[in-house]
Write a protein that binds this ligand. Sequence first.
Ligand code: SF4
Length: 159
Amino acid sequence: MDIFEKLEILSDAAKYDASCSSSGSTRKNTNNGIGNGHVSGICHSWGADGRCISLLKILFTNACIYDCKYCINRRSNDVRRATFTPREVADLTINFYKRNYIEGLFLSSAVIKTPDYTMELLVKTVTILRKEYNFNGYIHCKTIPGCSQELIDKLRKVS
Ligand code: SF4
């Protein structure tokens, strides 16, 4: 599966994460129109100064080990599954940033293998962005319920 197919699946899966200010709506272009809207992919948040900032909104994976009845990503649901690598998420973020598509990253995830295993991957993603690519833009990274305090502290330090 190529990275754009993963992006399609994991940006769509992220639209159900309602903890951001807007998830957008779908609006098709017309013959004489300019632009269109899409329900997933880029969302918005607000900085302390009131400025609106655009964020690449994705899940790291939607291949969840759990089966929460209300959730689209639940194990028993028949949906397409995908999982990024930390490098793929970091590369997408930095390249979209350089093209001025986004100003930051909103990263959440389902749970693969264990909460700690998943959290390690999220920490690695943020570490690549902050330490290797020197990305100083906005990052909203969810913590995985049940992961160790040590990993939360690691995320806080690198963020
Ligand atoms: S753990 Fe999270 S992603 Fe997984 S099924 Fe439950 S709510 Fe969905």
